[in-house]
Design a protein around this ligand. Structure first.
Ligand code: HEC
Ligand code: HEC
Ligand code: HEC
Ligand code: HEC
Ligand code: HEC
Length: 507
C-alpha cells in the first residue's frame, strides 16, 4: 500500500505567480486550493514525473483508422481517436470553459472575462494540465501546438498518462506488445502508462475528476458550485464507462462483477480521503461546504420532517452530514458478517463509518482531530476490503450473489436518489455479466424476470439508455442530471429491491 504524506506546504501554497509554459496569464482569483499536485502523492493517470505530454494528435497518427492487422494483441482496435473525437464528452471539456455557463461564473469568482479557460484549477479537470508545474508537465512542441493540445480537452494522456517515455515502444513486438502478465504490467509501471484495465486504478482516475482529489489539485469548491458549476452527479464507474462510450474491447465475463465489488469500495475511500484532506487544509477549509451533503442545506424546510425521525441525526441535530453517495455500494461489497454461532453482525466498516459521521457532526463541520482519526480508520478498513477482493480469483465471482448483496444493502437503508442511481448502475453491470456468462455456458440459469426487474429500477431513477453505438453523434450535455431525482420515491425503489431478493431466494 502506498503511504500518503500530504504536506501542509502544498496546501498552503497559493497560486504560483510564475508564468506557465503556455505563457498564459493565470486567472487572478485564488479559488481556494492549489492546483499543483502534492509531489508526495502518486496521482492517477499522470505518468512518470520526468515524462512529457505528446498531445492527442500524436496518438491520432496510428489510433484513428482502425487497422486490425497492426494490432496483433487485439487490445486495441486503432480507431480510439475517432471514437473520442466524435463521441466522447471529454473531447469538449475545454470548450465548456468558454461556454455561457463558464463565462457567467467568471465575475462571481473574481476572474476576468475569458480567464476560466486559463485557470489552473479549471484546467486540472477540463484538459491536460500543462500548468501543473509540480509534475514537470510540459508538452513537446512549440507554443501553438501546446495551445492546440490544451484545447482538445480531456485527451488521451489525461487518462493514459504522459506518453513521451512509451509512445515509441508500446506497440513494438517483443518489447511490449504480446507480453504476458505480469510482464505487461511491469512495462506500465516502468514507463508510466496507466494500467486502466485495473479496476482500482481506473476508478481512482475517473474519480479524481468526477468526485475530486484535493491532494492532486482537483476540487470543485462550494464557491465554484455557488457561482454556477453544475453539481457533480454521483459517480458509478460501470455506468460512466458505458456512457463515455467505450473505445476498448468488451471485457471478459465476470470482470464487471469483480469491478463492481471494487469500485464501490474505491469510491468511498476516495470520498473519505477528500474529507480528510480538506480537514487538513489551513484557514478553515475543512468547512468547505462542497464536502458535505448538498441537500442537507439546500432543501425546503418542513416540520415535521423525515430528518427528525430517529437515527437521522448521527451526532447532534442540525449539522451537515457527509454526502450519502458511495456508502451503499461499499456496504454491499463488504456485506454483513456472520459470527461462528450464526449471528449476523454489522461489518467493521459500518462501525467505523458511524464514528466518522459522529466526528463530522459533533460540532458544526466536525472536530478536526476526531475526523482525522475516524477517517484513517475507515480508510484502513477499505484498504483491507479492497485487498480481499483483489486476492480472489475471477472465477470466484458470483453475479447472483453480488446482485443479492446489492439489493439487500439498498433495501436496508433510507436510500436517497443518488445512491439509488449508483445501485442501479452497478446492478445493470452485474446482470449483463450474468447474462453473458449464462449465454456462453449455454445454461438456462439466468432468469429473464431479474432482467425486467432491473429495467423497472432503471425507469424509477431515469437511468440513461446506453449510447446506440460508439459512432453515434455526441449527445447534448445533460446538465440537469439532478433534476431527474425530483420525483424519486425511495419506498417504491426499495420495495422493488426486496422483490428481487425474493425472486432470487425462490430459485
Ligand atoms: C506509431 C503508432 C502509434 C502511436 C503514435 C501511438 N500508438 Fe498506441 N498503439 C499502437 C498499436 C499498433 C497498438 C496495439 C499494439 C498491440 O496490439 O499489441 C497500440 C496500443 C495502445 C494501447 C494499449 C497498450 C497496452 O499494452 O495496454 C494504448 C493504451 C495506446 N496504444 C495508447 C496510445 C496513446 C495514448 C497514444 C498517444 C500518446 C498512442 N497510443 C500512440 C500504435 C501507436
Ligand atoms: C482529467 C479529468 C477527467 C478524468 C480523468 C475523467 N473525466 Fe469524465 N469528464 C470530465 C469532464 C470535465 C467532463 C465534462 C465534459 C463537458 O461536458 O464539458 C466529463 C464528462 C464525462 C462523461 C459525460 C457526462 C455527461 O454529462 O454526459 C462521462 C460518461 C465520463 N466523463 C466518464 C468518465 C470515466 C468513465 C472516466 C474514467 C475512465 C472519466 N470520465 C475520467 C473530466 C474527467
Ligand atoms: C474536480 C474536477 C473539476 C474542476 C476543478 C472543475 N470542473 Fe467543471 N466539470 C467537471 C466535471 C466532471 C463536469 C461534468 C459533470 C457531469 O455532468 O457529469 C464538469 C462540468 C462543467 C461545466 C458544464 C459543462 C456542460 O456544458 O455540461 C462547466 C461550464 C464547467 N464544468 C466549468 C468549470 C470551471 C469554470 C471551472 C473552474 C472554476 C471548473 N469547471 C472546475 C469537473 C471539474
Ligand atoms: C477519460 C479517460 C480516457 C481518455 C480521455 C482516453 N482513454 Fe483510452 N481507455 C480508457 C480506459 C478506462 C480504458 C480501458 C478500459 C478497460 O479495458 O476496461 C481505455 C482503453 C484504451 C485502449 C485499449 C487498451 C486497453 O487497455 O483496453 C486504447 C488503445 C486506448 N484506450 C487509446 C486511447 C486513445 C488513443 C485516446 C485518445 C484519443 C484515449 N484512449 C483516450 C480511458 C480513456
Ligand atoms: C453547510 C451548508 C451548505 C452545504 C452542505 C452546501 N451548500 Fe450550497 N449554499 C449554502 C449557502 C449558505 C449558500 C448561499 C445562499 C445565499 O446566498 O442565499 C449556498 C449557495 C449555493 C448555490 C447558489 C444558488 C442557490 O440556490 O443558493 C448553489 C448552486 C449551491 N450552493 C450548490 C451546492 C452544492 C452543489 C452543494 C454540494 C456539493 C452545496 N451547495 C452544499 C450552503 C450550503
Amino acid at each position: 500500500m502506498k503511504v500518503r504524506k500530504p504536506s501542509m506546504k502544498h496546501y498552503a501554497a497559493t497560486l504560483v505567480a510564475a508564468a506557465s509554459v503556455l505563457g498564459i496569464a493565470l486567472g487572478l482569483a485564488e479559488l481556494g486550493i492549489s492546483a499543483d499536485a502534492d509531489p508526495a502523492v502518486e496521482c492517477p493517470g499522470v505518468g512518470k514525473p520526468e515524462s512529457q505530454y505528446m498531445g492527442a494528435d500524436s496518438c491520432a497518427l496510428c489510433h484513428t483508422k482502425g487497422d486490425a492487422a497492426r494490432a496483433p494483441s487485439k487490445l486495441a482496435t486503432l480507431d480510439e481517436f475517432s471514437i473520442w473525437d466524435h463521441r466522447d464528452k471529454h473531447r469538449i471539456a475545454f470548450k465548456s470553459l468558454q461556454s455561457p455557463r463558464a463565462l457567467a461564473m467568471e465575475p462571481l469568482l473574481g476572474m476576468n472575462p475569458g480567464d476560466a479557460a486559463k485557470n489552473r484549477q479549471c484546467l486540472a479537470c477540463h484538459a491536460i494540465n500543462l500548468t501543473d508545474k509540480s509534475a514537470g508537465a510540459t508538452l513537446a512542441g512549440d507554443e501553438k501546438s501546446q495551445r492546440a493540445a490544451v484545447a482538445q480537452g480531456v485527451s488521451c494522456e489525461a487518462c493514459h498518462g504522459r506518453s513521451s517515455l512509451w509512445i515509441d515502444r508500446h506497440w513494438k513486438k517483443g518489447e511490449w506488445s504480446g507480453l504476458k502478465p505480469p510482464l505487461a504490467e511491469q512495462r506500465y509501471d516502468q514507463y508510466g502508462m496507466a494500467n486502466l484495465r485495473d479496476p482500482v486504478r481506473r476508478t481512482e482516475l475517473c474519480l479524481s475528476c468526477h468526485l475530486g482529489n484535493i491532494a492532486c489539485g482537483k476540487f470543485v469548491t462550494h464557491d465554484m458550485f455557488a457561482a454556477g458549476h453544475p453539481p457533480l452527479p454521483a459517480f458509478e464507474t460501470e455506468a460512466f464507462l458505458e456512457q463515455m462510450p467505450p473505445h476498448w474491447q468488451p471485457v471478459p465475463p465476470l470482470s464487471r462483477t469483480r469491478s463492481v465489488a471494487l469500485e464501490g469500495l474505491v469510491a468511498l475511500r476516495a470520498s473519505v480521503r477528500m474529507l480528510a484532506d480538506a480537514n487538513r487544509l489551513p484557514g478553515g477549509q475543512a468547512g468547505d461546504f462542497a464536502i458535505y451533503d448538498c441537500a442537507a442545506c439546500h432543501h425546503e424546510l418542513q416540520i415535521p420532517s423525515s430528518r427528525q425521525l430517529p437515527g437521522h441525526f448521527g451526532g447532534a441535530p442540525g449539522r451537515p452530514p457527509l454526502r450519502s453517495a458511495n456508502i451503499v455500494l461499499a456496504t454491499a461489497a463488504i456485506g454483513p458478517q456472520s459470527t461462528s454461532d450464526g449471528r449476523i453482525t454489522p461489518s467493521p466498516l459500518d462501525a467505523a463509518m458511524a464514528r466518522l459521521q459522529t466526528a463530522t457532526r459533533g460540532r458544526p463541520f466536525g472536530e478536526p482531530q476526531a475526523i482525522e482519526a475516524a477517517a484513517t480508520a475507515v480508510i484502513s478498513q477499505l484498504d483491507e476490503a479492497i485487498m480481499n477482493v483483489q486476492g480472489k480469483p475471477l472465477a470466484d465471482q458470483n453475479p447472483r450473489h453480488v446482485i443479492e448483496q446489492l439489493c439487500r444493502a439498498g433495501a436496508a437503508t433510507a436510500l436517497d436518489y443518488e445512491s439509488a442511481w449508483q445501485l442501479t448502475g452497478s446492478l445493470r453491470a452485474v446482470v449483463s455479466d450474468w447474462q453473458q456468462l449464462a449465454a456462453a455456458k449455454g445454461s438456462a440459469k439466468f432468469d429473464p424476470k431479474i432482467q425486467s426487474s432491473i429495467e423497472e429500477l432503471s425507469e424509477l431513477v431515469h437511468f440513461p439508455s446506453p449510447p446506440e453505438s460508439s459512432t453515434a453523434p455526441r449527445p447534448a450535455n445533460r446538465g440537469t442530471l439532478w433534476e431527474n431525482g425530483a420525483d424519486f420515491d425511495s419506498e417504491q425503489f426499495r420495495k422493488k429491491l426486496g422483490e428481487i431478493v425474493k425472486l432470487l431466494d425462490s430459485r
